[in-house]
Design a protein around this ligand. Sequence first.
Ligand SMILES: NC(=O)c1ccc[n+]([C@@H]2O[C@H](COP(=O)([O-])OP(=O)(O)OC[C@H]3O[C@@H](n4cnc5c(N)ncnc54)[C@H](O)[C@@H]3O)[C@@H](O)[C@H]2O)c1
Length: 437
Amino acid sequence: MDSKCSRREFVQLGMAAGIAAGVQGISVASAEEKSLRIGVIGVGNRGTHLLNLCLKEPGIEVVGICDVRRDPMRQAIELVDQAGQKRPAGYYYDPFDYRRMLEQDDLDAVVIATPMQWHATMAIDALKAKKHVLSEVPATITLEECWDLVHAAEETDRIYMLSENCCYYRSNMAVLNMVAQGIFGDFTYAECGYVHDCRYLDFTPDGKLTWRGELARDYIGNLYPTHSLGPVATWLGINRGDRFESLVSFTTRQAGRTANAVKKFGKDNPAAQTPFITGDSTTTLIRTAKGAMIDLRYDAASSRPLLNTTYYGLQGTTASYDDRDNIQRIWIEGRSEGEKWDSLETHLAQFEHPLWQRLREQAEGSGHSGGDFFVVHEFFDTLRTGRPSPIDAYDAATWSAIIGLSGKSLREGGQPQEFPDFTHGAWETRKPTLLTG
Ligand SMILES: NC(=O)c1ccc[n+]([C@@H]2O[C@H](COP(=O)([O-])OP(=O)(O)OC[C@H]3O[C@@H](n4cnc5c(N)ncnc54)[C@H](O)[C@@H]3O)[C@@H](O)[C@H]2O)c1
C-alpha cells in the first residue's frame, strides 16, 4: 500500500474501482485481519508449491485438499499437519470430487492448480458455490470458457484472481512503475515470449501422454500465453484504458515433439506416433485499440538450452526496455548516457515498485523471481481488504483468449481475428489495480 494513503482510504478507493468495473468486493468491515479457510485442488508440482506458500501466510487455515491421485493428496495433508494445523479433509474419488469440497461450509476460497484443461470448469463451479478463487494459468482454453468465466465472476460477489506470477517479477513491476510515472512517454510496441523446451513433460517415463502432451495433440496456437503477455498487458493498460482489438497468428510445422519421442522411446514405440498438432514455434501479432502492437512468441518444443522461460520488451517514445537475453536493460532519454543502455538495476533506487519496496525480503526465494510469493500474498490481501482483484476475470479471460483466437487464426490460414470485449465497454474507464497493492 502507498504510505500516502491510509488503509481505510485505500480500501474505499479499491471498493469504488471494483464496483465501477462491475465486480464487487467483499464486505470490508468484517474482512480486516480475519482468518481465511482454503482448499487446494490439484497438489502436483505447482499445487504443492502454492500450498507451502499458503502455509507460510499468517491466518490461513487449510481445510481441504483434493487430487485425483491419492498419494499426492495424502502427502499434502501431511504438509498441513506438519505446519501445526488440523488435518484437512481429503477428496480423491473421481475428477469431480472437488465439488464435494466446495460444499464444505467452512471453506472461504480455493486454489486451483490442476491441468489447465480443468481450470475454467473448476473456477466457475467454485464461484457459483460462493468461494473465492485463485486459479493457476491459463484461466481457460476455449473462447466459450472465457465468457463463462466472466459471467460467473460477474454473477457472484466473490473474488477471482489469476495466479499470474510473472506480473510480479521485480523487473516487470519496476517497468510497470516507470510506465505509470510516464518514463516511456507514448508507447507503440512490445514484444514478449515464452520460449522453454518443455518436451520432457509430454510423456510419463513409460511413454504415456501427460495432460501437457494431450494439449499439444489436441490444440494448435499459443497454448501458454499469460506468462509472457500478462506483464505486457499491465504495462499497456489493457482493459484499463486500452484493449486488444485483433490478432494474427503463424506457426511452424510440428517436428520437435516427435523428434523427442523418437529419441526417448524409439521410432517404433506408439509414443513416437503421437499425432501432435501444435507447431513448434508460434508467433502472434496483436494490435490494440490505441494502435500499439505486441509481438508474442510461444515455443515449448524447440531444442535449446534455457535462457529464461520468458522475455519482455517495451518501446516508448522516450524509453526502451529489453530483457530478451535475460539481461534487463533500459534506455531512458535524458537520463541514460548518450546511446548507452543501462542495467535496470541502476534505476531501481528510484523506480522500485512499492510492493517490492515493502515485501522484498518475504518474496525473494519464493520461486519465479519472487512472483510466487506475491500472487498468494496479494490474493489473501485482496480477500481481507475487499479491494478489486489485481488480475480479475476480465484480465484472465482476455489474456487466455489468445489460445482460442490464435488457433482460429492458424486454422484460417493467418486470418485476423477480432478480440471479444469481455469488459462490455468498461475498458476505457477501468483503473489499474496492480499498482495499488
Ligand atoms: N504459474 C506458474 O509459474 C506455473 C508453473 C507450473 C505450472 N503451472 C500451472 O499449474 C497447473 C498444474 O501444473 P503442474 O506442473 O503442477 O502439473 P501436475 O501434473 O504436476 O499437477 C496437476 C495435479 O492435478 C491433479 N488433477 C488432475 N485432474 C484433477 C481433478 N479433476 N481433480 C483434482 N485433481 C486433479 C493431478 O493428479 C496432479 O496431481 C497447470 O495448469 C500449469 O499450467 C503454473
